[in-house]
Ligand binder design. Structure first.
Ligand SMILES: [Ca+2]
Ligand SMILES: [Ca+2]
Ligand SMILES: [Ca+2]
Length: 436
């Protein structure tokens, strides 16, 4: 009986210890390395890459609900949009943003940024870093768009922080008539298209006029239409695709269906089944297939219009955010939780990584946790063996102490090691086929 109680205490202690060390190790890794949580990625004509990042430590606080309002201090360097060369040199940056999700270059040379938690779309002149146009959902009189969105609705009651969660922006030129800006307002479950030409003509002080919203889809809390969407895109046909993330489906909308300002549009293609928080869809093969970012499944795949998955890539992805299809057929990835922008070249049924920027610290932590858990299992077996063979107390303590020392050393190695070492181990495990 006494032996049984002792056993329960020992096993319980080991389990609590494992859990505790794992949590501490994760926290340490994220805070010591504090790698970049990479969201939107765009390849520029000069070969450089624009990428939006926030530090992983911010994401951790944000997800725990520890950052609730603007009075919370935003640390220097915590968020930025940067331009990096193929060699990884930063040649431009803009940091007056909080959790930016997208940055694209428009034909006049300026950069459009979805400044997500600041609830605004900004146009930045990269020569001066001045904001030359800004579109805020709180400037819009939404009741003009839809009488049901009255003064009591969400639309007319802005909160100062992360109200709309404005998470994507796209550009389109409609022949010579006007240039348009497609914006995703995640917390509104709504996508809007803005007449950019009219906004610029109206001048500062008149931005955000409701009459410059020329098209929309979705309505807050009407989840039959959209539920917390990400990354709408214009198709070459003029239709719009969007990741209807919380509904775990992908939609193609007939742009011309319904009236332009009706929340309802005709869905002409959709895909669901097996998706976990899809956050991006891009057309390829002349509109005959799509590249999908299936975030929580840690994969990027290609699906045809006939709904066949014909290609998939998972290597090193942890909750990837979005992709952009490059002119040479390669795919640029914002690999959010694994802290990298990556370029991959499709190869057979998968792809090879041909370029990356950032440190995959989170992936290194996964390797650490697996090795740690294996170590613990071995430790438990040793302890049980010693116990049942009636050895002295001091003997079964030895493997535990050795195990703890090894864990601490491993933890130090993984957290303080250089990016080159992490990348070496990442590539080694991949080469050995034990990548997970
Ligand atoms: Ca995007
Ligand atoms: Ca987009
Ligand atoms: Ca995309």
């Amino acid at each position: 009986m006494r032996k049984k109680i002792k056993l329960v205490f020992i096993l319980g202690g080991i389990m609590v210890g494992m859990l505790f060390t794992t949590v501490i190790a994760l926290q340490l890794a994220l805070e010591v390395t504090d790698n970049l949580h990479v969201m939107g990625v765009t390849r520029l004509d000069n070969g450089n890459t624009l990428l939006c990042y926030s530090k992983t430590s911010f994401i951790a606080k944000y997800q725990k609900g520890l950052i609730e309002n603007r009075s919370q201090p935003i640390l220097l360097g915590e968020h930025a949009v940067i331009e990096v060369t193929p060699q990884g040199q930063i040649v431009w940056s803009f940091s007056d943003v909080v959790f930016p999700h997208e940055a694209i270059k428009i034909p006049n040379g300026n950069i459009w940024i979805a400044d997500t938690i600041n609830d605004r779309m900004i146009e930045v002149n990269p020569q001066t870093n001045q904001i030359e146009w800004e579109w805020n959902p709180h400037d819009v009189n939404w009741t003009e768009i839809n009488p049901e969105w009255d003064e009591n609705s969400w639309y007319m009651n802005p909160t100062p922080w992360d109200w709309s969660h404005l998470n994507d922006v796209d550009y389109k030129k409609y022949n010579s008539s006007f240039e348009a800006c497609l914006i995703s307002l995640r917390n509104f479950d709504t996508i809007v298209e803005i007449n950019y030409t009219a906004e610029i003509a109206a001048g500062q002080g008149n931005w955000g006029n409701a009459s410059n919203i020329v098209w929309l889809y979705g309505e807050r809390d009407n989840y039959t239409l959209l539920n917390h969407q990400h990354n709408p895109d214009y198709l070459d046909s003029g239709n719009i695709v969007v990741s209807d993330s919380e509904n775990a489906r992908l939609l193609e909308l007939d742009y011309s269906s319904g009236t332009p300002l009706s929340p309802y549009k005709q869905i002409v293609w959709s895909y669901s089944g097996g998706l976990r928080w899809p956050r991006d869809i891009n057309e390829v093969d002349g509109g005959q297939a799509f590249i999908v970012t299936d975030s929580l499944n840690g994969r990027i795949f290609k699906v045809t219009r006939a709904k066949q998955i014909i290609w998939q890539f998972t290597y090193d992805l942890i909750s990837p955010y979005e992709t952009k299809i490059l002119d040479n057929g390669n795919i640029l990835i914002g690999n959010a939780f694994n802290g990298m922008a990556m370029e991959i070249t499709p190869f057979g049924a998968s792809a090879i990584v041909t370029w990356s920027y950032g440190i995959p610290a989170a992936k290194a932590m996964q390797y650490y946790i697996y090795s740690y858990l294996i170590g613990c299992c071995v430790g438990i077996i040793v302890i049980l063996k010693l116990l049942f063979e009636k050895k002295f107390l001091s003997y079964w303590m030895i493997p535990s102490i050795v195990g703890i020392i090894l864990c601490v050393l491993l933890m130090c190695f993984y957290t303080v090691t250089t990016s080159a070492t992490i990348i070496f181990f990442r590539d080694l495990t991949h080469a050995l086929g034990i990548d997970v």
